[in-house]
Design a protein around this ligand. Structure first.
Ligand SMILES: C[S@@+](CC[C@H](N)C(=O)[O-])C[C@H]1O[C@@H](n2cnc3c(N)ncnc32)[C@H](O)[C@@H]1O
Length: 250
């Protein structure tokens, strides 16, 4: 069987395999307190992600041939460097000079710490990044971010900042419409809804108040987006179940 057809049937079978699903939940629950997501770098910058989501992101950017990636939540810059590196590779694969091509990633963070800014400023892929400091839901910041998408054909949006219901809902309202038809708005940390309650005592989010509750509320009035369950079924371990939102129409 051809690999891609075979893969479709493997993913379907795994999605219905309760033993794998239970193992994935057990693995995920055990890794939260262990701070597993803090263990990885992308091209020498710490990236606060699970490897499965990093691979899914790579597959999306590569398939969608994104021209612009908009990200909320920079932290140490790993996800920004990931985006920048993938955009450079797309350029190279299309015979373009990454330094001349307009492809870029725009990142917003309310607090870009000086040591992270320095590291990003010194990073070889800095030329692909635009950094904006401020709250992602501040009207002036929204205006600045949105201006980067003017006239851009293929836009991918990634939301990974403050994980409260209210904040994510406001980010979805501010940015999701920038995702082009066929592209995605990815909402990270939806998994909080599926974890045991009280797991983040020093954070304002919890079961009932998190990115997944925001996604479900927002989708009720946004039929132009749908959850890509195929990605969830494939990853099984992910911080973003129900968070890969595909834009299916204008
Ligand atoms: C989970 S980290 C981002 C991780 C990053 N995307 C990565 O993969 O490495 C969340 C970031 O969101 C930022 N943040 C919190 N509230 C924010 C807000 N209102 N607007 C923009 N960024 C915010 C924090 O400062 C923090 O750096």
């Amino acid at each position: 069987m051809e690999i891609k057809a075979e893969r479709t049937s493997i993913i379907e079978s795994n999605a219905n395999n309760q033993a794998i699903r239970n193992a994935a939940v057990q693995f995920f629950n055990a890794t939260v307190d262990a701070k597993y997501s803090y263990c990885f770098d992308w091209l020498e910058r710490p990236i606060i992600q699970y490897p499965q989501d990093i691979v899914a992101f790579q597959e999306l950017v590569s398939r969608l041939k994104s021209d612009l990636i908009l990200e909320t939540g920079i932290a140490h810059g790993g996800s920004l460097v990931l985006s920048a590196s993938l955009l450079c590779l797309l350029d190279v694969m299309e015979g373009l000079d990454p330094r001349q091509s307009p492809r870029k990633v725009v990142g917003v963070d309310i607090d870009i710490r000086p040591h992270n800014l320095k590291a990003l400023d010194e990073h070889p892929l800095r030329f692909k990044m635009e950094l904006i400091e401020g709250s992602s839901i501040d009207p002036d910041i929204i205006k600045q971010v949105r201006s980067h998408a003017d006239g851009v054909k293929r836009v991918l949006v990634s939301l990974d900042s403050n994980h409260t219901h209210e904040h994510v809902l406001a980010e979805l309202n501010a940015y999701a419409d920038l995702a082009s038809v066929g592209s995605y708005c990815i909402v990270f940390d939806t998994v909080i809804e599926d974890l045991p309650a009280g797991g983040f005592p020093d954070r304002p989010w919890d079961v009932g108040n998190n990115p997944k509750t925001a996604v479900h509320e927002w989708l009720k009035s946004h039929p132009e987006f749908e959850i890509d369950k195929d990605i969830d079924n494939k990853l099984l371990i992910s911080v973003a179940p129900d968070g890969y939102l595909r834009r299916i129409k204008r």
